[in-house]
Design a binder for this molecule. Sequence first.
Ligand code: FMN
Length: 169
Amino acid sequence: MHQFQPYPMEVLEFNPFKKIGQDWGVIVTERDGKTNGMTASWGSVGCLWNMNIATIFIRDSRFTKEMLDATETFSVNFFEEGKMKAAMGYLGKVSGRYEDKLASARLTVNHQCETAFLDESNFVLICRKLSATRLTEESFLDPSIKENFYKDGDMHTMYIGEIMEVLAR
Ligand SMILES: Cc1cc2nc3c(=O)[nH]c(=O)nc-3n(C[C@H](O)[C@H](O)[C@H](O)COP(=O)(O)O)c2cc1C
């Protein structure tokens, strides 16, 4: 296993548009000894309720939603730029409901206290769930959002998590 160090948030240089939107992250959840990872490119980081937070958006159909709803914590994992795109493509296409995706993608599970994360990552947000809000049609003020993203009714739930720790190596 690699050595990860806690990274002070005050000195963090993090471009969310690039890191989340272009490089992508992997959301890792663990329950009853089963660990799953799902690629995500929608999300944000910021401040809310006097805490540093990460927000992720998970559709109803994802196995990750089932896992998240049954757990207290999750991790958001980032890799060295340009690396692991094939693995992330796999985790973003296949569902963990039917197989151990992390094993198939040859990824290694590490832990920070009770929270699972990927040993191959170089930057990890360890998060504690604070809220879960399912977006509904009534949420959208711009009608094109429903039209463009939710025609099939597979809605997102917005999970806000407190960033308890940032790990880097
Ligand atoms: C680049 C990329 C970004 C994605 N971002 C999201 C996202 O932010 N939210 C989401 O619900 N699904 C997203 N997906 C789709 C899930 O990763 C995909 O459906 C995955 O197979 C779900 O796995 P699970 O069923 O094991 O949770 C994305 C897929 C890719 C390839």
